[in-house]
Design a protein around this ligand. Structure first.
Ligand code: IPE
Ligand code: IPE
Ligand code: MG
Length: 233
């Protein structure tokens, strides 16, 4: 990356491929999830280190409850552990930690940690890390529609996003999906209207700083027209 390359304001990841990473090594899937958390730490340092202000990670979808019970409880435990262990560093680094998604399936202790994480980090100015846990794009839109109806105000394209769970975030400039699948799996459906999409075959635990740089390089060359025309062409 050159220092004058155009950077995104917001990059989001669909972190896929943990299970296959473990399977390739003949290990139980939970080892892939554990390794995936290490990638989160590296990517967060890389993203904020490059001056990108918003990083959003899809960690658990509204559909992931369908997985075997022990995998779901393992993912909840990893998430809980992440909040406990990583909070001091995020606080020190000035990174605001938000969690979005439904909290229905979470116990009171975990909900308390989510609230505490935000309270302790919300003054940070270096960057914004948002973890989407029990998040679904459809659930987000439906929740927003219901809040609009309850509020009784008519909305338009500029006010509707303020009812979404991402109200405090700009739309993602880039969405990266690792793990080789070319689908969105109910991620930020409304917010991605004009996101640049990158699909990588790399399994999430193997995702590297070099690959992030390649994506940022490609992004810096894109011509985002938002429906207009490029006068230079
Ligand atoms: C992504 O990795 C993490 C979650 C969805 C929780 P997967 O667990 O989906 O890994 P694969 O796709 O089975 O390899
Ligand atoms: C998408 O991965 C959700 C997350 C990364 C949290 P999945 O592995 O759940 O998606 P599908 O089932 O392959 O579409
Ligand atoms: Mg998967």
């Amino acid at each position: 990356m050159r220092s004058d390359d155009k950077l995104p304001v917001h990059i989001a990841f669909i972190m896929d491929g943990n299970g296959r990473w473990a399977k390739k090594r003949l290990l139980p899937r939970k080892f892939g999830h554990r390794e995936g958390v290490k990638t989160i730490d590296r990517v967060a340092d890389d993203v904020f280190g490059r001056g990108i202000k918003y990083l959003t990670l899809f960690a658990f979808s509204t559909e992931n409850w369908k997985r075997p019970k022990d995998e779901v409880s393992g993912l909840l435990a990893l998430f809980d552990n992440y909040l406990t262990k990583r909070l001091p560093k995020l606080e020190r680094d000035g990174v605001v930690l938000r969690v979005i998604g439904s909290e229905r399936g979470l116990n009171d202790e975990l909900r308390g940690k989510i609230d505490e994480a935000y309270k302790r980090t919300c003054g940070g100015t270096k960057g914004n890390l948002t973890i989407c846990f029990d998040y679904g794009g459809r659930a987000d839109i439906i929740g927003a529609v219901n809040r609009c109806v309850e509020s009784g105000v008519k909305v338009d394209e500029s006010s509707f996003p303020t009812f979404l769970q991402t109200a405090e975030l700009p739309d993602p400039d880039i969405i990266v999906r690792t793990g080789g699948e070319h689908r969105i799996s109910n991620f930020l459906l409304y917010q991605m209207a004009y996101s640049e999409l990158y699909f990588s075959d790399t399994l999430w635990p193997d995702f590297t700083a070099k690959e992030l740089d390649d994506i940022l390089k490609a992004y810096s060359k894109t011509d985002r027209r938002f429906g207009g025309v490029d006068e230079k062409r």
